[in-house]
Design a protein around this ligand. Structure first.
Ligand code: NAD
Length: 285
């Protein structure tokens, strides 16, 4: 496809999306903006973008596709600013944020103006940040959830998929609230647990420095995601508050249950706890 693509946020996700768009649509012109001069320079150097701009207006007003890949609180603010601009009538706007309910609500003024906003979340990533970590194949075979407002025509969704075909991701359309519940369970809440485990190890490492040296293997595996951007995760928790509060309560009940089994030395039920978890884990695709 030809046209101008404006990428807002040239980090891991924005950079990777831009690479995928460039790969599938070499004739498109890709322009980017970022608060970080380093990420702009890197994006230019790596050929991720053709050009950069220093204001939203300069990048957005003649864009055919606008992709937002900034932390979700920034997304909300930028969507409000975009709604005040004189955009192309048939512009497509999507984002890559990890939460969708608040983001799609924030796109309300744009949608009211007749702009096609399609929430998006490529379900792949890394604990690394910045344009230097961007990869063309980051989203290959991953699910890419789309949460279009009901006013968005089917043709516009197909057009967005066509723009993003270079991601080689599997697109799935869900509602914003379904998205937030699903990702709360399989991504956001596990993230809290991973960081909680690291904090617990940190506390115990004060009494014995061997903790840090021994924290290898399994501990490293299940806590890898705790190295992700703290700002990004702060925003995700604040956005998905209601879902996460329910999940935290459920988790506390589950932990109380395990605690009771251990207190009672209930060997049979402890075995069942691990067997049930193993069965579900082994059956995951
Ligand atoms: P990142 O830190 O690598 O990149 C974010 C970029 O946005 C940075 O370069 C930052 O300078 C820039 N930025 C922040 N505020 C800005 C603003 N107001 N205007 C312009 N640029 C701004 O983060 P990322 O991993 O690429 O995450 C981007 C989005 O993608 C987030 O909403 C995140 O929830 C979502 N996401 C992340 C992952 C992941 O694994 N990292 C996966 C899927 C979706």
């Amino acid at each position: 496809m030809k046209g101008k693509v404006f990428v807002i946020g040239l980090g891991l996700i924005g950079g990777s999306l831009a690479m995928a768009v460039r790969h599938a649509h070499p004739e498109a012109v890709i322009v980017g903006i970022d608060l970080s001069e380093k990420n702009i320079q890197l994006s230019r150097l790596l050929g991720i973008i053709d050009d950069s701009v220093s204001s939203l207006e300069a990048g957005a007003c003649d864009a055919d596709l606008i992709l937002l890949a900034v932390p979700v609180n920034e997304t909300v603010q930028i969507l409000a600013k975009l709604a005040e601009l004189d955009l192309k009538r048939d512009v497509l706007i999507s984002d890559a944020g990890s939460t969708k309910d608040k983001v799609v609500k924030a796109a309300g003024p744009l949608i009211d103006k007749g702009v096609a906003f399609i929430g998006g979340h490529p379900m792949a990533g890394s604990h690394k940040s910045g344009a230097g970590a961007a990869k063309l194949h980051l989203f290959e075979n991953a699910f890419y959830l789309l949460t279009p407002d009901e006013t968005v025509e089917e043709g516009k969704i197909e057009q967005l998929k066509e723009w993003l075909i270079g991601t080689r991701a599997n697109f799935l359309v869900v509602t914003p609230s379904t998205h937030d519940r699903l990702t709360g369970v399989i991504s956001h809440f596990p993230h809290i647990v991973a960081s909680g485990l690291v904090k617990q190890a940190e506390t115990y490492s004060k009494e014995n420095e061997l903790i840090s040296r021994l924290a290898a293997g399994g501990f490293r595996d299940i806590t890898r995601i705790a190295s992700s951007s703290p700002e990004m995760w702060r925003d995700i928790l604040l956005h998905n508050r209601d879902v996460l509060l329910v999940l935290m309560n459920d988790w506390l009940k589950e932990m109380e249950n395990v605690k009771e089994l251990v207190e009672n030395e209930d060997s049979e039920e402890i075995l069942r706890f691990f067997k049930d978890a193993k069965t579900f884990r082994d059956d995951l695709p």
